[in-house]
Write a new protein. Sequence first.
Length: 357
Amino acid sequence: MFLAPQDIYRCIQEGRKDPTKPVQVQKSASNTDIEGQCLTRNQKQPSYLVSLFDCLWARIVSAMIWPLHMLAKKLVYKKIHSTIAISKAGISGGGSLPMHVDQFFEAIGVTVQNGYGLTESSPVVAARRRTCNVLGSVGHPLKHTEFKIVDFDTDEVLPPGSKGIVKVRGPQVMKGYYKNPWATTQALDEDGWLNTGDIGWIAPQHSRGRSRQCGGVVVLEGRAKDTIVLSTGENVEPLELEEAALRSTLIQQMLVFGQDQRRLGAIIIPNKEEALTAAKTLSIVDADATELSKEKMTGLIYEELKKWTSECSFQIGPILIVDEPFTIDSGLMTPTMKIRRDRVVAKYKEEIANLYK
């Protein structure tokens, strides 16, 4: 199992002067462009001229970055390899890795092969290959395994590049739940398609350009039951915001909420030590201060949120800072370390309601 994103980035923090600034790891790269492994949902493939320009530009950028990458390899990457106990390759399973974690490992020269599956599918249905290790994806379907993406409401099959519910069929998919026919009919249809409950899309087939090797790879973007529907009718996948924000070393845990509200909000468990250090660096508190007030902590975390989620599709409005972490013992996390959204929202129901007054 890999370290959490914030722990990975913390591995190279010691040489950073300002703890409030994001850690920048220079990619070795444009490798994804050169190798044709850059994901896109666009069904229309680029012209030959555009493809040629992209390839040439990627090679120029790679050549310019190469000396810096070699220097970082000697001075920085070795320390990271030692800290995380991985130097060449690793395997990640269960679901999709956040893109920034994928890019981080690629930048430091560690090949990560990600896979995907469920208990109901024994459990693997897709995996990345060494010869086609597309970052941001869970790879191609296994042999004799089929994927399709269907519409949320109509269950109609969607074309490549369209986002919807992921369904899978293959010899490894279960026949049904033991002595539970009702649950079986909810998960499996008459043709043997398993509703994974995940939201995703399948990359379109392109014969040229930066995405020419990506055709058919599966990309996951969250869980259908986690989707937040705002009062404006907009659907929000909270995972995008949570993954972006958790890159901050000031945020330990986070959960986005906002069902039936006009704006999104977030419950945040801060990393108090990192937050205090950042506050001192920014002269928010005196150098001899031992803690932050609730108001100053909220202001600091809110600014941190805006910085890390600025490129996301939606932005977060009110935030609730809490001290008690989400744990398995408290019933707020599953044994597989996933936050139980319904239980967390129920626990802080009154505080959340007050944020929207």
